[in-house]
Design a protein around this ligand. Structure first.
Ligand SMILES: Cc1cc2nc3c(=O)[nH]c(=O)nc-3n(C[C@H](O)[C@H](O)[C@H](O)COP(=O)(O)O)c2cc1C
Length: 184
């Protein structure tokens, strides 16, 4: 099993990147994870670009990456009460062409970290909504880390209960992949 990770913060030292790393550390043995590192290079989605002869290489790369991975992990900060546009844009690219979108039926889970105690709740809710509308098979449960700038110690969540919740969510995602395989 392999997991594609989309991290909505583009900055070095991102707490969401730390959360992504902490989640990946909980993946079952034998599972690999790849962070899609080109989110900042994706042009804004436009139907004019979405043709074989105009499709930007980075959009092609994103679609191939989503198609080649068994599951998606979306890790989002909260910007003005929602997910950052870079993340939404990536989901928009992955959600087309209609009827053959790489994101359709893809098992997915959403995590989020924010500097406030609200733990990116609105962004996480929007992440679940947007992925659901795009056709992914999304876990309703999410994990949020509030006061994120104080939440990590040596790459781990210092709150043991939160770390357990993260482990449970990641395992639930792995189980979803197994169920999808069994059903196929
Ligand atoms: C444009 C912008 C808007 C923000 N809006 C919110 C917000 O609505 N709610 C919130 O809790 N934090 C907000 N923040 C603070 C972010 O939560 C914080 O910068 C983020 O958690 C940092 O994530 P990172 O460490 O992964 O970059 C905002 C930050 C930026 C840059």
């Amino acid at each position: 099993m392999n997991v594609l990770v989309l991290v909505g913060s583009l900055r070095a030292g991102s707490t969401n990147r730390q959360l992504a790393d902490a989640a990946v550390a909980h993946l079952p043995e034998g599972t690999s994870a790849t962070v899609f590192e080109q989110l900042a290079d994706l042009p804004h989605y436009s139907e004019e670009l979405d043709h074989d002869d105009a499709l930007p290489q980075v959009a092609r790369d994103l679609r191939e990456a989503v198609a080649d991975h068994d599951a998606l992990l979306l890790v989002t900060p909260e910007y003005n009460g929602s997910m950052p546009s870079a993340l939404k844009n990536a989901v928009d690219w992955a959600s087309r062409p209609r009827g053959a979108a790489v994101v359709a039926t893809k098992p997915a889970a959403v995590l989020g970290a924010s500097g406030s105690p609200r733990a990116a709740q609105w962004a996480r809710e929007d992440g679940v909504k947007v992925l659901t509308v795009a056709g992914a098979d999304v876990l309703d449960d999410t994990v949020g880390v509030g006061s994120a700038f104080q939440a990590f110690e040596e790459g781990r969540l210092s709150d043991a209960d939160l770390d357990l919740a993260l482990r449970d969510l990641v395992r639930a995602l792995a189980e979803k992949v197994e169920q999808a395989r069994t059903a196929a």
